[in-house]
Write a protein that binds this ligand. Structure first.
Ligand code: GLY
Length: 364
Protein backbone atom coordinates (compact mmCIF):
# COMPACT_ATOMS: atom_id res chain seq x y z
CA UNK A 1 0.00 0.00 0.00
CA UNK A 2 1.71 3.18 -1.16
CA UNK A 3 -0.76 5.82 -0.04
CA UNK A 4 -4.09 6.27 1.67
CA UNK A 5 -5.22 6.90 5.17
CA UNK A 6 -3.01 6.42 8.21
CA UNK A 7 -3.99 5.94 11.84
CA UNK A 8 -2.01 5.55 15.02
CA UNK A 9 -3.32 3.95 18.22
CA UNK A 10 -1.42 4.11 21.52
CA UNK A 11 -1.43 1.16 23.92
CA UNK A 12 -0.96 2.84 27.30
CA UNK A 13 0.99 0.58 29.63
CA UNK A 14 3.38 2.90 31.44
CA UNK A 15 6.98 2.00 30.58
CA UNK A 16 5.73 -0.68 28.21
CA UNK A 17 3.52 1.69 26.16
CA UNK A 18 3.71 1.44 22.39
CA UNK A 19 2.10 2.58 19.18
CA UNK A 20 0.16 0.65 16.58
CA UNK A 21 0.71 2.19 13.14
CA UNK A 22 -2.05 1.44 10.64
CA UNK A 23 -1.42 2.35 7.00
CA UNK A 24 1.13 1.70 4.27
CA UNK A 25 4.22 0.05 5.72
CA UNK A 26 6.38 2.43 3.64
CA UNK A 27 4.80 5.31 5.55
CA UNK A 28 6.20 3.88 8.79
CA UNK A 29 9.71 3.36 7.36
CA UNK A 30 11.29 5.91 9.69
CA UNK A 31 9.73 4.26 12.76
CA UNK A 32 10.87 0.79 11.69
CA UNK A 33 14.37 2.09 11.01
CA UNK A 34 14.46 3.87 14.36
CA UNK A 35 13.71 0.57 16.13
CA UNK A 36 15.83 -1.77 13.95
CA UNK A 37 18.92 0.29 13.13
CA UNK A 38 22.16 -0.94 14.63
CA UNK A 39 20.63 -4.13 16.05
CA UNK A 40 20.80 -7.81 15.13
CA UNK A 41 17.40 -8.49 13.59
CA UNK A 42 15.62 -11.77 12.83
CA UNK A 43 12.44 -11.62 10.76
CA UNK A 44 10.19 -14.52 11.74
CA UNK A 45 7.77 -15.39 8.99
CA UNK A 46 6.04 -18.39 7.39
CA UNK A 47 6.09 -20.02 3.98
CA UNK A 48 2.70 -18.55 2.96
CA UNK A 49 3.85 -15.00 3.72
CA UNK A 50 7.13 -15.64 1.93
CA UNK A 51 5.21 -16.82 -1.14
CA UNK A 52 3.40 -13.46 -1.22
CA UNK A 53 6.73 -11.62 -1.55
CA UNK A 54 6.32 -9.67 1.68
CA UNK A 55 9.66 -10.65 3.21
CA UNK A 56 11.98 -8.67 0.96
CA UNK A 57 10.24 -5.29 1.44
CA UNK A 58 10.33 -5.78 5.22
CA UNK A 59 14.04 -6.70 5.08
CA UNK A 60 14.64 -3.51 3.10
CA UNK A 61 12.93 -1.49 5.83
CA UNK A 62 15.31 -3.16 8.32
CA UNK A 63 18.40 -2.47 6.22
CA UNK A 64 19.96 -0.44 9.04
CA UNK A 65 20.28 -3.65 11.10
CA UNK A 66 23.77 -4.78 12.03
CA UNK A 67 22.83 -8.38 11.14
CA UNK A 68 19.66 -9.51 9.41
CA UNK A 69 18.32 -13.07 9.28
CA UNK A 70 15.03 -14.60 8.18
CA UNK A 71 13.39 -17.64 9.80
CA UNK A 72 10.64 -19.18 7.69
CA UNK A 73 8.25 -21.41 9.64
CA UNK A 74 5.81 -23.92 8.23
CA UNK A 75 2.35 -22.36 8.13
CA UNK A 76 -0.43 -23.58 10.41
CA UNK A 77 -1.28 -24.24 14.05
CA UNK A 78 0.72 -27.52 14.14
CA UNK A 79 3.99 -25.56 14.17
CA UNK A 80 3.01 -23.72 17.36
CA UNK A 81 5.28 -25.85 19.53
CA UNK A 82 7.98 -25.27 22.09
CA UNK A 83 10.43 -26.79 19.57
CA UNK A 84 9.64 -23.91 17.19
CA UNK A 85 10.31 -21.38 19.98
CA UNK A 86 13.60 -23.10 20.80
CA UNK A 87 14.42 -23.11 17.07
CA UNK A 88 14.03 -19.33 16.87
CA UNK A 89 16.26 -18.89 19.94
CA UNK A 90 18.85 -21.34 18.54
CA UNK A 91 18.97 -19.39 15.28
CA UNK A 92 19.68 -16.20 17.24
CA UNK A 93 22.29 -17.92 19.42
CA UNK A 94 24.01 -19.60 16.46
CA UNK A 95 24.31 -16.19 14.82
CA UNK A 96 25.61 -14.55 18.02
CA UNK A 97 22.63 -12.23 18.42
CA UNK A 98 23.24 -10.13 21.51
CA UNK A 99 20.79 -8.90 24.16
CA UNK A 100 20.10 -5.80 22.11
CA UNK A 101 18.76 -7.93 19.24
CA UNK A 102 15.27 -7.53 17.81
CA UNK A 103 12.82 -10.14 16.56
CA UNK A 104 10.25 -9.02 13.98
CA UNK A 105 7.14 -11.14 13.48
CA UNK A 106 6.01 -10.87 9.86
CA UNK A 107 3.26 -13.43 10.25
CA UNK A 108 -0.25 -14.25 11.35
CA UNK A 109 -1.26 -15.22 14.87
CA UNK A 110 0.85 -18.37 15.12
CA UNK A 111 4.13 -16.80 13.98
CA UNK A 112 3.44 -13.67 16.04
CA UNK A 113 2.82 -15.66 19.23
CA UNK A 114 5.93 -17.82 18.69
CA UNK A 115 8.11 -14.81 17.91
CA UNK A 116 6.90 -12.91 20.98
CA UNK A 117 7.48 -15.93 23.23
CA UNK A 118 11.00 -16.43 21.84
CA UNK A 119 11.69 -12.71 22.37
CA UNK A 120 10.46 -13.05 25.94
CA UNK A 121 12.94 -15.79 26.81
CA UNK A 122 15.98 -15.34 24.53
CA UNK A 123 18.81 -14.13 26.79
CA UNK A 124 16.10 -13.42 29.40
CA UNK A 125 14.20 -11.11 27.09
CA UNK A 126 14.83 -8.97 24.01
CA UNK A 127 12.60 -6.58 22.06
CA UNK A 128 10.24 -7.56 19.28
CA UNK A 129 7.88 -5.90 16.84
CA UNK A 130 4.75 -7.22 15.20
CA UNK A 131 3.97 -6.85 11.49
CA UNK A 132 0.77 -8.90 11.24
CA UNK A 133 -0.17 -10.39 7.89
CA UNK A 134 -3.67 -11.75 8.61
CA UNK A 135 -6.79 -9.82 9.52
CA UNK A 136 -7.12 -11.83 12.72
CA UNK A 137 -3.59 -10.94 13.82
CA UNK A 138 -4.11 -7.28 12.84
CA UNK A 139 -7.15 -6.79 15.03
CA UNK A 140 -6.34 -9.22 17.82
CA UNK A 141 -3.26 -11.37 18.38
CA UNK A 142 -0.55 -8.86 17.38
CA UNK A 143 -1.84 -6.39 19.98
CA UNK A 144 -1.76 -6.82 23.74
CA UNK A 145 1.30 -8.96 24.41
CA UNK A 146 -0.11 -12.47 24.73
CA UNK A 147 2.60 -14.80 23.43
CA UNK A 148 3.09 -18.55 23.67
CA UNK A 149 2.72 -21.94 22.09
CA UNK A 150 0.61 -25.07 22.36
CA UNK A 151 1.29 -28.28 24.25
CA UNK A 152 -0.03 -31.72 23.26
CA UNK A 153 -2.50 -31.19 26.15
CA UNK A 154 -4.01 -28.01 24.69
CA UNK A 155 -3.75 -24.65 22.97
CA UNK A 156 -1.61 -21.77 24.29
CA UNK A 157 -0.82 -23.58 27.52
CA UNK A 158 2.64 -22.02 27.89
CA UNK A 159 3.73 -18.49 27.20
CA UNK A 160 4.14 -15.08 28.74
CA UNK A 161 2.88 -11.55 28.57
CA UNK A 162 5.45 -9.64 26.54
CA UNK A 163 4.48 -6.40 24.88
CA UNK A 164 5.94 -5.57 21.47
CA UNK A 165 7.92 -2.35 20.92
CA UNK A 166 5.48 -1.38 18.15
CA UNK A 167 2.91 -2.92 15.81
CA UNK A 168 2.89 -2.08 12.09
CA UNK A 169 -0.31 -2.95 10.24
CA UNK A 170 -0.51 -2.56 6.49
CA UNK A 171 -4.13 -3.24 5.40
CA UNK A 172 -2.86 -3.82 1.84
CA UNK A 173 -1.56 -7.19 3.11
CA UNK A 174 -5.22 -8.27 3.26
CA UNK A 175 -5.20 -8.54 -0.53
CA UNK A 176 -2.69 -11.38 -0.24
CA UNK A 177 -5.04 -13.52 1.89
CA UNK A 178 -7.37 -16.29 0.71
CA UNK A 179 -11.07 -15.44 1.23
CA UNK A 180 -11.40 -18.01 4.03
CA UNK A 181 -8.55 -16.44 5.98
CA UNK A 182 -10.06 -12.95 5.65
CA UNK A 183 -13.41 -14.20 6.92
CA UNK A 184 -11.72 -15.60 10.02
CA UNK A 185 -10.58 -12.13 10.98
CA UNK A 186 -14.11 -10.79 10.60
CA UNK A 187 -15.15 -12.93 13.58
CA UNK A 188 -12.83 -10.98 15.89
CA UNK A 189 -14.05 -7.67 14.41
CA UNK A 190 -17.70 -8.56 15.07
CA UNK A 191 -16.62 -9.64 18.58
CA UNK A 192 -15.50 -6.09 19.41
CA UNK A 193 -18.93 -4.71 18.51
CA UNK A 194 -20.70 -7.22 20.72
CA UNK A 195 -18.43 -6.94 23.76
CA UNK A 196 -17.84 -3.21 23.90
CA UNK A 197 -19.22 -1.00 21.15
CA UNK A 198 -22.81 -1.12 19.94
CA UNK A 199 -22.17 1.73 17.53
CA UNK A 200 -19.40 -0.33 15.90
CA UNK A 201 -21.80 -3.28 15.57
CA UNK A 202 -24.42 -1.02 13.94
CA UNK A 203 -21.77 0.30 11.54
CA UNK A 204 -20.70 -3.26 10.68
CA UNK A 205 -24.30 -4.15 9.91
CA UNK A 206 -24.99 -0.99 7.85
CA UNK A 207 -21.72 -1.33 5.96
CA UNK A 208 -21.77 -5.13 5.77
CA UNK A 209 -21.12 -5.11 2.01
CA UNK A 210 -17.93 -3.07 2.55
CA UNK A 211 -16.83 -5.72 5.06
CA UNK A 212 -16.47 -8.09 2.12
CA UNK A 213 -14.54 -5.61 0.00
CA UNK A 214 -10.93 -6.08 1.02
CA UNK A 215 -9.80 -3.69 -1.71
CA UNK A 216 -11.31 -0.76 0.19
CA UNK A 217 -8.15 0.06 2.12
CA UNK A 218 -9.48 3.29 3.63
CA UNK A 219 -12.49 1.43 5.04
CA UNK A 220 -10.23 -1.27 6.48
CA UNK A 221 -7.68 1.21 7.83
CA UNK A 222 -10.41 2.91 9.85
CA UNK A 223 -12.02 -0.36 10.95
CA UNK A 224 -8.75 -2.00 12.04
CA UNK A 225 -7.78 1.16 13.94
CA UNK A 226 -11.16 1.22 15.73
CA UNK A 227 -10.80 -2.45 16.73
CA UNK A 228 -7.22 -1.90 17.91
CA UNK A 229 -8.38 1.10 19.93
CA UNK A 230 -10.95 -1.06 21.74
CA UNK A 231 -8.35 -3.73 22.42
CA UNK A 232 -5.78 -1.14 23.54
CA UNK A 233 -8.31 0.28 25.96
CA UNK A 234 -9.12 -3.12 27.49
CA UNK A 235 -5.45 -4.18 27.68
CA UNK A 236 -4.47 -0.86 29.29
CA UNK A 237 -7.09 -1.46 31.98
CA UNK A 238 -6.10 -5.09 32.64
CA UNK A 239 -2.86 -6.15 30.96
CA UNK A 240 -2.51 -9.58 32.63
CA UNK A 241 -6.18 -10.59 32.46
CA UNK A 242 -7.08 -10.48 36.09
CA UNK A 243 -10.58 -9.29 35.23
CA UNK A 244 -11.84 -7.14 32.36
CA UNK A 245 -9.49 -8.52 29.68
CA UNK A 246 -11.35 -11.83 29.84
CA UNK A 247 -14.15 -10.17 27.82
CA UNK A 248 -11.87 -10.43 24.78
CA UNK A 249 -12.46 -14.16 25.03
CA UNK A 250 -16.14 -13.84 24.10
CA UNK A 251 -16.95 -16.88 21.94
CA UNK A 252 -13.62 -18.50 22.75
CA UNK A 253 -14.73 -21.02 25.42
CA UNK A 254 -17.12 -22.79 23.04
CA UNK A 255 -14.80 -21.90 20.13
CA UNK A 256 -11.61 -23.43 21.54
CA UNK A 257 -13.54 -26.61 22.38
CA UNK A 258 -14.78 -26.93 18.79
CA UNK A 259 -11.32 -26.10 17.41
CA UNK A 260 -9.76 -28.80 19.59
CA UNK A 261 -12.40 -31.38 18.64
CA UNK A 262 -11.85 -30.67 14.94
CA UNK A 263 -8.16 -31.54 15.39
CA UNK A 264 -7.49 -27.85 14.56
CA UNK A 265 -9.01 -28.26 11.10
CA UNK A 266 -11.65 -25.67 12.02
CA UNK A 267 -9.91 -22.29 11.75
CA UNK A 268 -9.77 -20.18 14.92
CA UNK A 269 -11.94 -17.36 13.54
CA UNK A 270 -14.66 -19.72 12.33
CA UNK A 271 -14.62 -21.52 15.68
CA UNK A 272 -14.91 -18.20 17.54
CA UNK A 273 -17.82 -17.20 15.29
CA UNK A 274 -19.69 -20.40 16.16
CA UNK A 275 -18.69 -19.86 19.79
CA UNK A 276 -20.14 -16.33 19.79
CA UNK A 277 -23.38 -17.60 18.32
CA UNK A 278 -23.58 -20.33 20.99
CA UNK A 279 -22.70 -17.92 23.81
CA UNK A 280 -25.40 -15.50 22.64
CA UNK A 281 -27.97 -18.33 22.51
CA UNK A 282 -26.95 -19.41 26.00
CA UNK A 283 -27.41 -15.82 27.18
CA UNK A 284 -30.96 -15.94 25.79
CA UNK A 285 -31.60 -19.32 27.43
CA UNK A 286 -30.59 -18.00 30.87
CA UNK A 287 -32.60 -14.81 30.25
CA UNK A 288 -29.60 -12.51 30.21
CA UNK A 289 -30.32 -11.19 26.71
CA UNK A 290 -33.29 -10.80 24.34
CA UNK A 291 -33.55 -13.28 21.49
CA UNK A 292 -33.79 -10.43 18.98
CA UNK A 293 -30.26 -9.33 19.93
CA UNK A 294 -28.85 -12.86 19.51
CA UNK A 295 -30.60 -13.09 16.13
CA UNK A 296 -28.86 -9.89 15.02
CA UNK A 297 -25.45 -11.37 15.89
CA UNK A 298 -26.32 -14.51 13.90
CA UNK A 299 -27.56 -12.40 10.96
CA UNK A 300 -24.23 -10.58 10.71
CA UNK A 301 -22.25 -13.82 11.06
CA UNK A 302 -24.48 -15.39 8.37
CA UNK A 303 -23.96 -12.45 6.05
CA UNK A 304 -20.18 -12.81 6.16
CA UNK A 305 -20.55 -16.63 5.86
CA UNK A 306 -19.15 -17.40 9.28
CA UNK A 307 -21.40 -20.39 9.92
CA UNK A 308 -19.05 -23.37 10.10
CA UNK A 309 -20.19 -26.99 10.27
CA UNK A 310 -19.98 -28.80 13.58
CA UNK A 311 -16.87 -31.04 13.73
CA UNK A 312 -17.90 -34.72 13.69
CA UNK A 313 -16.25 -35.38 17.08
CA UNK A 314 -18.28 -32.59 18.72
CA UNK A 315 -21.19 -33.92 20.78
CA UNK A 316 -22.72 -32.04 23.72
CA UNK A 317 -20.66 -34.18 26.10
CA UNK A 318 -17.33 -33.86 24.26
CA UNK A 319 -17.74 -30.09 23.87
CA UNK A 320 -18.62 -29.65 27.55
CA UNK A 321 -15.65 -31.79 28.51
CA UNK A 322 -13.29 -29.72 26.34
CA UNK A 323 -14.76 -26.52 27.87
CA UNK A 324 -13.84 -27.84 31.32
CA UNK A 325 -10.15 -27.57 30.27
CA UNK A 326 -10.36 -23.85 29.38
CA UNK A 327 -7.64 -21.62 30.89
CA UNK A 328 -10.18 -19.09 32.20
CA UNK A 329 -11.88 -21.62 34.49
CA UNK A 330 -11.32 -21.38 38.24
CA UNK A 331 -12.20 -23.90 40.93
CA UNK A 332 -13.63 -26.35 38.41
CA UNK A 333 -16.31 -23.87 37.23
CA UNK A 334 -16.65 -23.02 33.55
CA UNK A 335 -16.13 -19.30 33.00
CA UNK A 336 -18.10 -17.81 30.13
CA UNK A 337 -18.41 -14.38 28.58
CA UNK A 338 -22.11 -13.86 27.89
CA UNK A 339 -23.72 -10.83 26.23
CA UNK A 340 -26.40 -8.86 28.07
CA UNK A 341 -27.03 -6.81 24.94
CA UNK A 342 -25.00 -5.93 21.87
CA UNK A 343 -22.20 -3.72 23.24
CA UNK A 344 -22.11 -5.19 26.75
CA UNK A 345 -20.99 -8.57 28.11
CA UNK A 346 -20.75 -10.15 31.52
CA UNK A 347 -18.21 -12.65 32.89
CA UNK A 348 -20.13 -15.53 34.51
CA UNK A 349 -19.09 -18.77 36.17
CA UNK A 350 -22.38 -19.96 37.62
CA UNK A 351 -24.20 -21.41 34.64
CA UNK A 352 -25.17 -24.99 35.60
CA UNK A 353 -23.51 -27.53 33.33
CA UNK A 354 -26.86 -29.19 32.54
CA UNK A 355 -28.05 -25.93 30.96
CA UNK A 356 -24.90 -25.77 28.81
CA UNK A 357 -25.49 -29.42 27.84
CA UNK A 358 -29.13 -28.69 26.90
CA UNK A 359 -28.04 -25.74 24.76
CA UNK A 360 -25.40 -27.86 23.01
CA UNK A 361 -27.99 -30.62 22.47
CA UNK A 362 -30.30 -28.11 20.76
CA UNK A 363 -27.63 -26.39 18.65
CA UNK A 364 -24.98 -28.89 17.54
N1 GLY B 1 -7.02 -12.58 22.28
C1 GLY B 1 -7.46 -12.21 23.56
C2 GLY B 1 -6.52 -11.34 24.29
O1 GLY B 1 -5.56 -10.84 23.73
O2 GLY B 1 -6.73 -11.12 25.47
Amino acid sequence: MKSGKKRRVRVRLGRNSYDIFIGALDGAADEIDRIAAGRDVAVITDANVAACNLVEPVCELCSGASKLGVITLRPGEKVKTFEAVAGICSFAAANNFDRHALFAALAGGVGGDLCGFAAGIYKRGIDFIQIPTTLLAMVDSAVGGKTGCDLPEGKNLIGLFKQPKAVFIDPAFLKTLPAKERRNGLAEIIKYGVIRDRELFERLWTQRRSLLNFNDLDFYTALIADCCAIKADVVAADEKESGLRAILNFGHTFGHALELLSGFKLPHGAAVARGMSLAAKLAVKVKLMDKAEADRIDALLDFVKLTPKTPSAATPETVLDAMRGDKKNRGGRITLILPEKIGRVKIVDDIPENIILDLLGEQL
